[in-house]
Design a protein around this ligand. Structure first.
Ligand code: HEC
Ligand code: HEC
Length: 286
């Protein structure tokens, strides 16, 4: 009963969003979470809020390769888009957090992000940490993206996708094998895979969840969230398609679903054009 109460699910998304029983969605909690999300007092020196790295205009990513927190400290990973995370089952690139309630307080304490002890954050906000976690998690659940040209096409509006994008969709599903992992309404299986992104100089630069595995990210709003991958190492969607066309980066843990594709230039362009059709109406949170 989440939708009728607090938020409208845009076209193309699964109507069912799993919400913990002890943290039902309410408008009040979305509002409180939104305020906390933009509140710089939750960082040690008052310079950084969640929105510093998760900008609503960039589908809640930040346009940088690697995240930059207080005092210009650089983290080791890319700030991910935060759309449709209410449907997620694993959080962080390596899936180390099992719920949004668990995830949302971690950036406050992270020395490279907001670097503030939770007791101090709680005092500054005048709220206990459970209330803060529940409100922030609820706000994240309200950030939805759907109603994209792709969704309109799937619902029968054929001209919503150009013929090039329709070719791209066909390649995405068949020859390029993207749906082996980017599947379902959110274009993710919520599983961990090694595509070889972390393999550098004959070793893993980041183990991820172990053996170089990372969580399959959603592809919704993908044209707005460059640069790409857990390390921000790919500047454009063209770079990403070239990477997969070459079969990822060969390494001992490479997922068997990643293999050389031999796409023609026309097919590569079509695939990129299709990926651009996954941007739609996203909830504006300001
Ligand atoms: C300094 C930049 C920065 C700040 C500030 C920041 N984040 Fe993040 N956020 C990141 C990075 C980087 C990751 C991925 C980290 C990883 O996977 O190890 C992330 C991951 C997440 C995720 C997981 C998304 C997913 O799909 O796995 C959520 C949710 C999130 N942040 C919410 C928040 C909230 C809520 C706040 C404020 C309390 C916040 N972030 C503050 C950079 C930041
Ligand atoms: C074996 C599973 C798998 C297959 C097959 C796969 N992907 Fe991915 N994809 C992933 C994972 C895992 C990541 C994150 C990798 C990382 O950051 O190290 C990812 C990342 C991406 C990203 C970057 C997203 C972001 O937010 O930075 C794009 C774009 C993408 N994939 C598109 C595609 C396309 C297009 C195809 C088909 C040509 C494809 N993927 C095939 C699992 C897969």
């Amino acid at each position: 009963m989440l939708a009728a109460l607090a938020i409208t699910i845009p076209m193309g998304l699964d109507l069912y969003m799993p919400v913990p029983e002890d943290n039902p969605l309410t408008l009040e909690k979305i509002e409180l979470g939104r305020r906390l999300f933009f509140d710089r007092r939750l960082s040690r020196d008052g310079s950084v809020s969640c929105s510093t790295c998760h900008d609503p205009d960039l589908a809640f990513s930040d346009g940088r390769a690697l995240a930059v927190g207080i005092g210009q400290r650089e983290g080791r990973r890319n700030s991910p888009a935060l759309v449709n995370r209410g449907y997620g089952r694993l959080f962080f690139w390596d899936g180390r957090s099992p719920t949004l309630e668990d995830q949302v307080l971690k950036p406050i304490e992270d020395p490279n992000e907001m670097d503030l002890p939770l007791a101090e954050a709680s005092a500054r906000a005048g709220l206990d940490t459970t209330t803060m976690a529940r409100a922030l998690a609820t706000y994240i659940r309200s950030i939805l993206s759907g109603d994209s040209p792709y969704d309109r096409f799937i619902n029968g509006d054929r001209p919503a996708l150009s013929s090039q994008q329709q070719l791209g969709l066909q390649i995405f599903r068949s020859k390029a094998n993207c749906t082996a992992c980017h599947v379902g309404p959110n274009f993710t299986d919520e599983q961990l895979h090694n595509t070889g992104v972390a393999w550098r100089n004959r070793k893993l630069a980041d183990e991820g969840a172990g053996q170089g595995r990372f969580k399959t990210p959603t592809l919704r709003e993908i044209s707005r969230t460059a640069p790409y991958m857990h390390d921000g190492s790919m500047a454009t969607l063209e770079d990403v398609v070239e990477f997969y066309d070459a079969g990822g980066r060969a390494n001992p843990g490479l997922d068997p679903e990643v293999r050389a594709l031999h796409l023609s230039p026309v097919e590569k362009q079509a695939l990129v054009a299709f990926l651009r059709a996954l941007s739609g109406r996203s909830l504006k949170a300001r």
